[in-house]
Design a protein around this ligand. Structure first.
Ligand code: GRF
Length: 227
């Protein structure tokens, strides 16, 4: 093990194919692979296949959920109560993750909008948080980005028939943080939504690995210089 390698904490909600790409790269010796170790995978949804992927790779997991962990009652509707529950959950989530002393946090298909209660402790600790979003900067923020781009394409409203993906720093405004890497993806005539989704997911794996490798390299170099 390289002592200076970056400690990476990954957050997932679902299948975890992006997590798998990160695991494969961080355990590979290829020259452009991630110079870092995934120290924890946190999931917020029961049965998320990401958990199985992490376990198979021998990575510790933490299933931390708003309802299971008692922050929110099932079926709660009161917006003020819901907001309060999420703020408390976010603060505790940050604390749990920071306990492992990560150098970098990667949101890889994490379907929960994080408030400043989560973000602030990381910025105070100087730990960057990055996110994968399947759209170009400033376009299609939030959930359903691929579907919305596809609808615009079908309606002839998508400029150059082009959407894309990006890895960006996380700030309080959803999907608006500074982009680290951006990849344009053109939609072809006759392409179905399912085809497009598949194409986009395939590209995501490459981009999330590239951006994580880039940051892990900088972190490792800075750690090595300080030892
Ligand atoms: C990704 O396709 C991402 O665009 C979206 O959630 C998906 C996660 O996929 N936000 P996976 O869990 O990494 O397979």
């Amino acid at each position: 093990m390289i002592m200076a390698e970056a400690r990476i904490s990954v957050l997932c909600s679902g299948n975890g194919s992006n997590l798998q790409a990160l695991i494969d790269s961080s355990t590979s010796n290829a020259p452009d692979s991630i110079r870092g170790k995934i120290i924890k995978v946190t999931v917020n949804r029961k049965g998320a296949y990401a958990t199985t992927r992490a376990e198979k790779a021998g990575i510790p997991t933490d299933y931390f959920n708003l309802v299971k962990d008692g922050y929110q009652k099932l079926g709660e509707k009161d917006p003020a109560v819901l907001k309060e529950a999420r703020l408390k959950y976010d603060a505790d989530l940050a604390e749990r993750i920071l306990r492992d002393k990560p150098d970098l946090v990667v949101l890889a298909g994490w379907m929960h909008v994080l408030s400043t209660n989560f973000l602030r402790p990381f910025s105070d600790a100087g730990v960057p948080i990055i996110n994968l979003h399947p759209a170009l900067p400033g376009a299609y923020d939030g959930a359903g980005a691929i579907e919305r781009a596809y609808e615009d394409f079908k309606a002839g409203k998508l400029e150059d028939n082009t959407t894309g993906i990006m890895i960006h720093y996380v700030i309080a405004e959803v999907d608006r943080g500074e982009p680290i890497l951006v990849q344009k993806i053109q939609i072809q005539e006759g392409e179905s939504l399912e085809d497009l989704e598949q194409k986009i997911h395939g590209c995501e794996h490459g981009l999330i690995v590239k951006a994580t490798a880039l940051l892990a390299e900088k972190i490792s170099a800075a750690k090595a210089a300080n030892t």
